[in-house]
Design a binder for this molecule. Structure first.
Ligand SMILES: [Ca+2]
Length: 350
């Protein structure tokens, strides 16, 4: 081979490597947001739709903050507001796996969207069933889909129970849910997990590594008056809507003694494309499904082992420890100001 040919092949290879790497770094991440919209869900969805790092492949709807019918209507109104009828909106389960639904109009307004009336949806619902749609998309794009469940985990549990192979085929799963330092429903449980503990236990132990963005970190990532004023200083359909629901949510939170409104779901979306917005620690997490005071608690093992007891006559004796593999990356802190600045700038379209 002549020297010229070798050089040409070498330069072509460099160009190809450069293009491939460049593409890999800039190609948006395919995500499916499983949502119970919800004021903070609405903020999370508008953040996702305005973030170039993400390609929102679908919204799947789960009952939680509102029932499934209202949730589907809200999701359709949100994609309509963003002018994104290309994003499929897919209904899913209509109730938790093993208990009655608990809705949260107390926090989110009667319609779940801070009682802000959006125009009727222009976009139409996809007729497929959310959990089946999730399975279909993960097989269509193996190792490319990141699931972002920001409601109860019912749809995800149904999907991974029906087709356990999806656990190895997702790129990532980033949930808003749980807490390792007390709950927001009661002393132990966070609302999304409390609303379907059996589903959550299935999801945490499905074989994938769950990135868990819990309520304890959301409550240290607050949208305050300062950021609300920044949102109110510019105008546009999405910006105005988010400013209105943020104002409602902030006032509601202040009345309950908080200094700002917890950015639960939006933070999970932020961490899905920029994990450095959170501090993540590997742990093994199980969900309590039986406790009298602790049903729905995410129980995190920070040591990676459990003591093992062996029966000796009339008593047990510890004979050593059994190792536990981490099944979660638990977010234990957030870079709150950097996230809030990012959120505000994306919603303002800047
Ligand atoms: Ca939610």
């Amino acid at each position: 081979m002549k020297r010229f040919q070798v050089l040409s092949i070498l330069s072509l290879s460099f160009v190809l490597i450069w293009v491939t790497n460049g593409f890999a770094q800039t190609a948006p991440k395919r995500v499916i947001i499983d949502t119970d919209p919800g004021t903070d869900d609405a903020m999370a969805i508008i953040l996702a739709l305005n973030s170039p790092e993400l390609k929102v492949e679908a919204l799947t709807v789960v009952p939680g903050n509102v029932d499934g019918r209202q949730g589907l209507e809200n999701a359709l109104k949100l994609v309509s507001l963003a002018g994104r009828c290309d994003v499929p909106v897919v209904g899913g389960a209509q109730h938790p796996l093993n208990q009655k639904l608990i809705t949260a109009q107390f926090w989110h307004g009667k319609n779940g969207l801070a009682d802000v009336e959006l125009p009727p949806a222009k976009c139409k619902a996809d007729p497929r069933f959310g959990p089946d749609f999730i399975i279909e998309m993960i097989h269509k794009y193996p190792h490319e889909i990141t699931l972002i469940p920001v409601g109860p985990l019912t749809n995800i549990a149904l999907a991974v129970s029906k087709d356990p192979s999806i656990a190895a085929l997702v790129k990532d799963i980033v949930i808003m849910g749980g807490s390792i330092t007390g709950g927001n429903v009661n002393g132990a449980a966070e609302a999304n997990i409390y609303n379907d503990p059996e589903a959550a236990q299935i999801v945490f132990n499905a074989g994938w590594t769950v990135t868990m963005v819990g309520s304890d970190v959301g409550e240290r990532t607050l949208i305050t008056r300062k950021y609300l004023e920044q949102l109110q200083s510019s105008h546009g359909p999405q910006n105005d809507f988010i400013a209105k629901i943020a104002a409602f949510y902030l006032t509601r939170s202040e009345k309950s003694g908080y200094s700002g409104a917890a950015m639960y779901d939006p933070l999970a979306v932020g961490i899905s494309f920029d994990p450095t917005l959170g501090t993540l620690e590997k742990m093994h997490v199980d969900v309590e499904t039986k406790g009298e005071f602790t049903r729905g608690e995410t129980v995190a093992n920070r040591r990676g082992s459990n003591e093992n007891n062996v029966l000796h006559g009339d008593h047990y004796e510890i004979d050593g420890v059994v190792e536990l593999q981490p099944n979660a990356k638990v977010c234990v802190a957030s870079d709150a100001d950097r996230f809030l600045q990012l959120f505000v700038s994306r919603v303002k379209g800047k």
